[in-house]
Ligand binder design. Structure first.
Ligand SMILES: [Zn+2]
Length: 425
């Protein structure tokens, strides 16, 4: 174990990325200082005090909201591990597989039904924490969804994950059966191709299931985009707006897709609330992600991370099965009832290597910020865009260093603003 650990720490970078890279969420998060009015009359002084109070209140809310979300995150991880351990060690997993075998003995169908039932059970067991997450969004008045709209999307998400998981799990168990010693190599290689296809298809196949994407219309913003592209000496990017306000009051933008589907996506809240200068800075930031091939870098790292993950499963899984054979009622990895064990090892691997991906992501975000500043030469708009995002999204501008180290895939807003203020062109 001691030999594996440095390895693991070096790499994880990856599996976490898959989850993030699929719609390559770019939560251009954080901070909280609305520009105070500059007028000097008494009336506006009163207004300024009001704005100051409003900011202060919003900051306190942001701290409470983020604290609740962080707690939820760790509780959810612990809860997930507990579920997997009980599901395996109480013999439920083997019981489920036996029940399916009463209907069919065909390996393909046993794997398929097991995967489906397992996902549905995990969905039900995970419902309380998901629902708590939804209720937090309402408590802090960030959600625009009714319970039914939210639940409908959860079910749709389950369907999408179900289809992807079916393909992946069938592939893994086919490899485990045909090549018990080298399966993890085949799986790791195929995984990369699978990730590339998914990232490519997500913007045209998966994301439109949840939101409507509209090409950015002709107008000032498009002209700014074209001139930015000329300045950076690149082709004009595909750029879309999405009806994000269907779900949330938060603002966001992202760079997503791969090859023929890559594009910048702006949330409608962002386009509505931000000045043209501010949107331009955001577009420049997303262009930076494209020009610096951040999605490819992420896929590369996730490939390494997942390969190491599969290797660890190969090295530890069979030993755990032998050691606890009587409890698990499983006698080989190629039995689909070992699926929760694969998840369990991955979750623990993910926890050990937890800081790696966020550190890598924060580095890329800083590069994109730098690019945005160089392109627009507009520190003021950059800083006010950050303030506005933090205000709308209830981001904590100064999280504790431990939380930043473990969870932040963007630098905290205070650091992004400080970076802009001190930046030398
Ligand atoms: Zn970014």
């Amino acid at each position: 174990m001691r030999r594996i650990l440095p390895f693991v720490l070096l790499v994880f970078v990856a599996f976490a990325f898959l989850a993030k890279a699929i719609p390559a969420q770019d939560e251009t998060e954080q901070a909280l200082q609305l520009a105070a009015p500059t007028d000097s009359s008494e009336e506006s002084a009163a207004q300024a005090t009001q704005v100051q109070q409003d900011k202060e209140e919003r900051l306190q809310q942001a701290i409470a909201y983020q604290r609740a979300k962080n707690t939820l995150y760790f509780v959810d991880q612990g809860y997930g591990i507990l579920f997997l351990v009980l599901f395996l060690f109480l013999g439920i997993s083997a019981f489920l597989r036996r029940q399916i075998e009463r209907i069919t003995r065909k390996r393909f169908w046993v794997v398929a039904f097991y995967t489906l039932f397992f996902l549905i059970i995990a969905f039900i067991v995970g419902f309380p924490t998901s629902y708590y997450g939804f209720s937090l969004e309402h408590k802090y008045e960030l959600s625009n969804q009714t319970f039914l709209q939210w639940f409908g999307e959860e079910l749709l998400g389950l369907l999408v994950i179900g289809i992807i998981a079916l393909i992946a799990v069938e592939g893994i168990y086919l490899a485990l059966k045909k090549a018990p010693r080298t399966w993890w190599i085949y799986v790791s290689v195929v995984f990369v191709g699978f990730a590339v296809v998914l990232v490519n298809l997500a913007p045209v196949l998966i994301m439109p299931l949840f939101n409507v994407y509209t090409p950015l219309p002709e107008g000032e913003l498009r002209e700014r985009l074209v001139s930015l592209s000329h300045k950076a000496n690149v082709e004009v990017e595909d750029i879309f707006t999405m009806d994000m306000s269907k779900q949330t009051k938060k603002a966001n933008a992202m760079f997503t897709g791969l090859g023929n589907t890559k594009r910048i996506v702006l949330g409608d809240n962002l386009v509505d609330e931000f000045s043209t200068d501010e949107v331009e800075v955001v577009i420049a930031h997303e262009m930076g992600h494209n020009l610096m091939h951040h999605i490819w870098k992420g896929i590369f790292l996730s490939a390494i991370g997942s390969a190491i993950g599969f290797l660890i499963i190969h090295l530890t899984g069979p030993r755990i099965i032998i050691r606890f054979r009587n409890r698990l009622k499983i006698d080989k990895m190629a039995d689909v009832a070992s699926l929760p064990l694969i998840f369990l090892i991955f979750v623990i691997y993910g926890l050990i290597t937890m800081p790696v991906f966020p550190a890598f992501s924060r580095h890329m975000e800083r590069q994109a910020d730098k690019f945005a500043l160089d392109m627009t030469q507009n520190k003021e708009a950059f800083i006010s865009a950050m303030d506005e995002l933090a205000y709308m999204n209830l981001s904590d501008p100064n999280p504790s260093p431990i939380i930043e180290f473990l969870l932040y895939d963007h630098p905290p807003i205070s650091k992004r603003i400080k970076f802009a203020q001190e930046y030398q062109f």
